[in-house]
Design a protein around this ligand. Structure first.
Ligand SMILES: *[C@@H]1O[C@H](CO)[C@@H](O)[C@H](O)[C@H]1NC(C)=O
Ligand SMILES: *[C@@H]1O[C@H](CO)[C@@H](O)[C@H](O)[C@H]1NC(C)=O
Ligand SMILES: *[C@@H]1O[C@H](CO)[C@@H](O)[C@H](O)[C@H]1NC(C)=O
Ligand SMILES: *[C@@H]1O[C@H](CO)[C@@H](O)[C@H](O)[C@H]1NC(C)=O
Length: 288
């Protein structure tokens, strides 16, 4: 899972939770419901001849049907421990006084994950938390978990500004590292994930961002794109030699990257550029 709502989840959990969950129905047998393999025969949304949790409809989390007919509860969100985008720190309980993050807070009826993250990042906070779909908390509290972690399915309030994103829940705050979606940064750790600017919102127009990846002692850096959605031929991602600024690779909507590749250097610069038209989800790249 690299997207905030797990639309890219392709794992094999086939019940709504690992302990005492409800078994999921097979997508090739749910013809009474809108999502099934007859309507989506080409694997759209990850549907197929299986009963794995999926998010084909842009909901806030993967789910599955648990009953043939639409009376009573016939679908449920799946609680999938592994389905958390890197940088999403989890869903936590909030009893109010004091909240898990004690920096600043604000509310907005246009809240998205990234509007909250950007606001916290611009105030130099390390963490951003969203609650009830419209509240944004910033802070540096390393003990944000002190009231306990909640099931990810309890953070299922949609963000008021983007109904495909989860923005916490009732008394539940979803926490993110404010590095997510920054335009640029300096990385020195042995492994990390770098997201396109504004992620998980679509990237903005007119961006030019640089990230340095310098891993002292490395003989090569291994890259893998977990996500690459750039539709335009002028919006692009480049990798440059950190010492000479020589362009090693350039990817865009016409020239997609291989899933993985290596660069035999210990210092690489990642560059992203977007023009004034066409926005898209962007990218998530893991290096190691
Ligand atoms: C889920 O998958 C496991 C492993 O493939 C299998 O043993 C189990 O029977 C499946 N459960 C359901 C409800 O389909
Ligand atoms: C759905 O797919 C499963 C797994 O391939 C298969 O066992 C089952 O018979 C299929 N159901 C139908 C109605 O084709
Ligand atoms: C990264 O390092 C460069 C050079 O030291 C510095 O100019 C830049 O502000 C740093 N960027 C961030 C986002 O910290
Ligand atoms: C990258 O390097 C690793 C380790 O040397 C190797 O196992 C892998 O096959 C390489 N991958 C590519 C795409 O060249």
């Amino acid at each position: 899972c690299y997207t905030a709502n797990g639309a890219d989840y392709r794992g094999t959990q086939n019940q709504t939770s690992q302990y005492a969950g409800k078994p999921c129905l097979f997508w090739n047998e749910t013809f009474e419901h809108p999502y099934n393999t007859l309507k989506y025969p080409n694997g759209e949304g990850g549907l197929g001849e299986h009963n794995y949790c999926r998010n084909p409809d842009g909901d806030v989390s993967p789910w599955c049907y648990i009953a043939e007919h639409e009376d009573g509860i016939y679908w449920k969100y799946c609680e999938i421990p592994s389905c958390r985008m890197p940088g999403n720190l989890g869903c936590y309980k909030d009893h109010g006084e004091p909240p898990p993050l004690t920096g600043t807070s604000e509310t907005s009826n246009k809240l998205t994950i990234q509007t909250c993250i950007s606001s916290c990042r611009s105030q130099q906070f390390k963490f951003a938390g969203m609650e009830s779909g419209y509240a944004c908390f910033c802070g540096n509290n390393p003990d944000y978990w002190r009231y306990g972690e909640a099931a990810s399915t309890e953070c299922n309030s949609v963000c008021f500004g983007d109904h495909t994103q989860p923005c916490g829940g009732d008394g539940r705050v979803i926490l993110f590292d404010t590095l997510i979606g920054a335009c640029g940064g300096n990385y020195t750790s042995a492994t990390a994930v770098i997201y396109s600017p504004d992620f998980p919102d679509t990237y903005g127009t007119g961006k030019a961002c640089y990230w340095t990846i310098q891993v002292p002692g490395a003989s090569q850096i291994h890259f893998s794109f977990a996500l690459f959605e750039i539709k335009d031929a002028t919006d692009m991602v480049e990798l440059l030699d950190g010492y000479t600024y020589h362009v090693l690779a350039r990817f865009n909507g016409k020239n997609r990257p291989p899933r993985t590749f290596n660069i035999s250097l210990d210092f690489v610069i990642l560059y992203f550029f977007s023009d004034e038209i066409n926005q898209a989800q962007g990218f998530a790249i893991r290096y190691r």
